[in-house]
Design a protein around this ligand. Structure first.
Ligand SMILES: [Zn+2]
Ligand SMILES: [Zn+2]
Length: 110
């Protein structure tokens, strides 16, 4: 079967394209985060920063392994933090994803 989305051959007997399914669920999760992003921005929600070899990835609010950058981390050393107190070693993509959500939630007034 050829994936209708990315046009790549789906290997074996798989009924769907796993990379596309994961990307779609990640995008859906990111949209869900808009419900909480104001509280994240205010520091009302405590975030979990999970460390791997590249640095600290910020787990999405309410998630236990999905990071804002799209990475899935099933284990690692966890640090509880607020958005304001994010570690300097925080993954750049995680931070950008959070900032982009905050910007969508709170459009800058000109
Ligand atoms: Zn695909
Ligand atoms: Zn990350």
């Amino acid at each position: 079967m050829i994936c209708p989305r990315c046009k790549k051959e789906v290997p074996g007997a798989a009924m769907f394209c796993i990379p596309c399914a994961l990307a779609a669920s990640y995008r859906g999760m990111l949209e869900q985060q808009l419900n909480w992003i104001d509280q994240v921005a205010d520091g009302a929600i405590t975030l979990v920063s999970r460390r791997n070899a590249q640095g600290f990835h910020v787990l999405m609010a309410g998630e236990n392994k999905q990071a804002y950058c799209g990475m899935v981390l099933t284990s690692g050393r966890d640090v509880r933090t607020t958005y304001q107190a994010l570690n300097l070693g925080t993954c750049k993509e995680c931070r950008e994803a959070i900032d982009a959500l905050i910007e969508r939630s709170r459009p800058k007034v000109a």
